[in-house]
Design a protein around this ligand. Sequence first.
Ligand SMILES: Nc1ncnc2c1ncn2[C@@H]1O[C@H](COP(=O)(O)OP(=O)(O)O)[C@@H](O)[C@H]1O
Ligand SMILES: O=P(O)(O)O[C@H]1O[C@H](CO)[C@@H](O[C@H]2O[C@H](CO)[C@@H](O)[C@H](O)[C@H]2O)[C@H](O)[C@H]1O
Length: 469
Amino acid sequence: MSEAVTRTVTTPPGLLASLDPLLREWLPRQRWFAGKGRPVTGFDLVAATELLPATAKLGLYHLLVRAHQPLLPGHGGPELPGDCYQLFIGVREALPPRLAPALIGHVSQGPLAGRTVYEALHDTRPADLLLEALRTQARIGGLRFERDPRQEIRAGLVPRLMTAEQSNSSIVYGDTYILKLMRRVVPGINPDLELPLALAREGCPRVPPPTAWLVADAEDTPGPGEPYVLGVLQPFVQGATDGWELALRELAKGEDFVAEARSLGRATAEVHTALARSLPTVTLGHVQMRALVDGMTERLEAAVHAVPALRPYADGLRSAYTALDDLASEGRTWTAQRVHGDLHLGQCLRSPAGTWSLIDFEGEPARPLAERRMPQPVVRDVAGMLRSFDYAARTADPPQPEWATHCRAAYCSGYAEAAGRDPRTEPVLLRAYETDKAVYEAVYEARHRPDWLPVPMAALRRLASVDST
Ligand SMILES: Nc1ncnc2c1ncn2[C@@H]1O[C@H](COP(=O)(O)OP(=O)(O)O)[C@@H](O)[C@H]1O
Ligand SMILES: O=P(O)(O)O[C@H]1O[C@H](CO)[C@@H](O[C@H]2O[C@H](CO)[C@@H](O)[C@H](O)[C@H]2O)[C@H](O)[C@H]1O
């Protein structure tokens, strides 16, 4: 094992001020920018680390910046302490043509005046530097590059930045590893590292085990022990196809997906069983269930406000939640445990040998970290997958609802085979979670893909008319 390299570094005064006008324009255009629709009016520097000195031919800064955004578009006015983003800023005299798409802009003032800055993850040398730092467990300024001591990392693997539409950014190294670099970051334990580590401890083969990770100590929060998790390196599943792509392909060929859905059910159950062994489980009684139902109801009310098309179904949808509350008030209890939290076909990878893995344990990124880390009934993940089969079938041309019905049944059967309990024995809980997910999807689609709004709307019509008496 090589020794950790510790390097103390300073960044030039005035660095952020010199980048400010360029970042205000560039940041909102990034796919992973979470504050869409509101302009960025300034930044606070949370942390800055010089990874390569800007005086050299190629400079590299690691920045954590908090973006200021006015609450009301066009009205200026009060600003919340904004979201914190992780940035990798490359500095060069001029950009070679291959890096043109990475351009952030030309700096006109301050310590970098006259230089060109760009998104450094597109560039080989900065990407090499990150893998090397993880390999050698470096400490550079406030950044700690850590790795599982049992796993050696091969040096010199060729990096490529993934171009997928993502909430974060990922670099694949030689088809051997994938390094996910979080973009919007919050201090605290990140479930995208926490849960795969817990699953690795249990020897669960369904999730690529973290090989190494990057953290920074937070200086902008009170109290110690709440570092930012900034990146996770894990084995790359070579030649994998994600479940969404595969499902659409089979639909287009007129093939069913029953065997795959059953395997996915088994894979989900195996992950749940391992998580329940590795991390605490709790019992949810009426008080906890009431809080859960209240959350669902609040999300529905907000959604009806944001998507008026939901209004005719609101009463029927509310009844899904009151039915659950009624069960809880009769004394029913439920076991809750850590779950994936945002499971859908796109989060499932099938290897060429036919083995399914689950990825991306971050949970729904828009929800607060504490909420994402709360134990929940496993039915929450099951509902996410059931919704996904429905999505695939309805986006097919022509829509094939029967296809979804068969997949949904096969998925639950596979789950039951591996877990010893069938999610369909919990129809009230399942309906409440499916409703909550479809309500979320209606808001998501109205905002991001209005053409897709009919997909969750069709499900909401069905869910609103289920007789829960
Ligand atoms: N271990 C892996 N092996 C192969 N591909 C992966 C792996 N992890 C992620 N991917 C690919 O990267 C994409 C983005 O990963 P994900 O964790 O979902 O990131 P994000 O949170 O940015 O959406 C996935 O859709 C998948 O195609
Ligand atoms: O990017 P994330 O994985 O965090 O998820 C967001 O985008 C998803 C779409 O890419 C969206 O998922 C919905 O559409 C999928 C098909 O594109 C479908 O498989 C899912 O079941 C459906 O929820 C997800 O809701 C959103 O959070």
